[in-house]
Design a protein around this ligand. Structure first.
Ligand code: F6P
Length: 503
């Protein structure tokens, strides 16, 4: 029960399965037409049914010269045009050739975005720090809480700071509010509105809105509506990543994504890593009622990987109707969460080992550290392997008593075992390997969605909260007391806030 592809070795032997289980799960995938779904995705079919468009993130990493026609347009040509422009711009920032309004080179890059326009860039920045330009400071602002922007810019010199406003729609309140405040901060510091053109660039699909904000479309890097926000870190949304690590490393990242895409597209389901991981996720979710899945990277550079995965998995598969709009009669997406090992072991692993809830975990490690110091890496990896072993095999009452523990106290130390885990092992955390890892989870999510017959590419569940927040914001900011138009609880909260808020 191991499989290997694109430099990732998957040990799935410590799962609650037999060979028969696997055969049955693969049969289920066939029943659900997974292979046809994969073909449809790669062909640019409108698999995002509720938004009537393709989900074609795989085109973002196709090598130049691989034609892929969507609605009469070769999207791979368009992708590489943008990549080339990004490379030119990233090169200018990295070399110091791009000068700010006062003639100084850029030393600080602040990405303003949220959700998919933030989590991927943040995760990649942390993951690829080892490869980053040493003289550039990268910051990320997402929260509409001004503290985020204020703290991110507090020690920056505006004359040396570039803002990337990253938003697919260019309408997201958090991002637009932060971008406006950042612009005010910059203009205030440099004393000239003309400074904006040298210090603001945009990443978006919405040219007109970018222009209306005051950013020259010449300084905009585009992408397309067939790229979902949470599938966009390898589009122009990755501009901050490319600036940090350089175009060559970014190309390696894309090559890793593409290698896993090809594996997913072509490997038999039995040996297909994303399919195996997706089917195992379905197995635990639907047959064991597991509500959560832990992902524990044993590499500190991947500390934001679980947060990134949360949007990828939960915004994709947190759905309650089928593709045809019928209410599902089975559970769908699990809650994903995690922390880097070994830190998690000293906080919540207790519950995974001895709690009453089944929590399947993925443990991700590397054979080689990017920071080899003494025995650190062997200790780190020993812990990864030990956790998988302890979860699987536990410790019986007899073993505890034979070890000399007072029989009355022995039950506290018993560990049932049979707690499932996958171990994913790679050589080293390179840009290429990061690409393979992200694509592994993207396609595992897609596999789960295919089995569950849901749309993994829309996110209608976030809309109501946005609309209500807009109405409530008007009430909070009204100069006279607003009519009590909400439910009684919300009316009371608004009234109380207005009594005490200084604004
Ligand atoms: O609110 C959810 C969402 O639409 C995500 O899907 C998306 O990644 C995020 O908001 C940001 O959207 P945008 O890039 O359009 O600002």
């Amino acid at each position: 029960m191991t499989a290997e592809a694109c430099g990732l070795y998957l040990d799935y032997s410590k799962n609650l399965i037999t060979d028969d289980t696997l055969t049955l799960l693969v049969d289920l995938a066939h029943d659900r037409n997974l292979s046809q779904r994969i073909t449809a995705m790669f062909a640019g079919a409108h698999i995002n049914v509720s938004e009537d468009r393709p989900a074609l993130h795989v085109a973002l990493r196709m090598p130049a010269g691989t034609p892929l026609m969507v609605d009469g347009v070769d999207v791979v040509v368009a992708v590489h045009e943008v990549l080339d422009r990004m490379a030119g711009f990233a090169g200018q920032i990295r070399s110091g050739a791009w000068l700010g309004h006062s003639g100084q080179p850029i030393r600080n890059v602040v990405n303003i975005g949220i959700g998919g326009s933030d989590l991927g860039p943040v995760m990649a920045h942390e993951a690829l720090r080892h490869y980053s330009h040493p003289d550039l400071t990268m910051r990320f602002v997402s929260n509409v809480d001004a503290t985020d922007l204020v703290e991110a810019t507090a020690d920056l010199d505006a004359a040396e700071t570039l803002f990337i406003v990253a938003s697919k729609t260019f309408t997201t309140t958090e991002t637009m509010t932060n971008a406006a405040s950042a612009r005010a901060w910059l203009v205030d510091a440099l004393g000239d509105t003309a400074a904006v053109s040298r210090h603001f660039v945009a990443v978006s699909t919405a040219t007109e809105r970018v222009a209306a904000f005051g950013i020259d479309p010449a300084n905009m890097f585009g992408f397309w509506d067939w790229v979902g926000g949470r599938y966009s870190m390898d589009s122009a949304i990755g501009l901050s990543t490319m600036i940090a690590v350089g175009p060559d490393h970014f190309a390696d990242l894309l090559a890793g994504f593409h290698a896993m895409d090809e594996h997913f597209r072509t490997a038999p389901l039995h040996h297909n890593l994303p399919v195996l991981m997706g089917l195992l996720a379905v197995w635990y979710r639907n047959f064991f009622g597991a509500q959560t899945m832990g992902v524990m990277p044993y590499d500190h550079y991947l500390s934001r990987f679980p947060a990134y995965l949360q949007q990828l998995t939960m915004e994709s598969n947190g759905k309650h109707v089928t593709l045809a709009g019928q209410r599902v009669d089975h559970d769908t997406g699990a809650v994903y969460w995690g922390e880097p090992g070994t830190n998690g072991q000293h906080s919540f692993f207790q519950l995974i080992h001895q709690g009453t809830t089944l929590i399947p975990v993925d443990l991700i490690g590397f054979a080689r550290s990017l920071n080899p110091v003494g025995s650190h890496h062997d200790l780190l990896t020993a812990n990864l392997f030990a956790q998988a072993q302890a979860l699987a095999f536990g410790r019986t009452l007899d073993e505890v008593i034979n070890a000399g523990v007072d029989p009355a106290m022995a039950p506290h130390r018993v560990m049932d075992g049979n707690r499932p885990s996958n171990v994913v092992l790679a050589d080293a955390l390179t840009p290429f390997q990061l690409g393979t890892l992200v694509a592994l989870y993207e396609h595992s999510v897609f596999t789960q969605a295919a089995i569950w017959d849901i749309d993994a590419f829309d996110q209608w569940g976030v809309e109501l909260g946005k609309a209500l927040a807009a109405t409530i914001a008007n009430d909070l900011m009204a100069t006279t007391d607003p009519d009590a138009t909400h439910d009684s609880s919300t009316n009371a909260l608004i009234a109380r806030y207005r009594r005490t808020s200084p604004s």
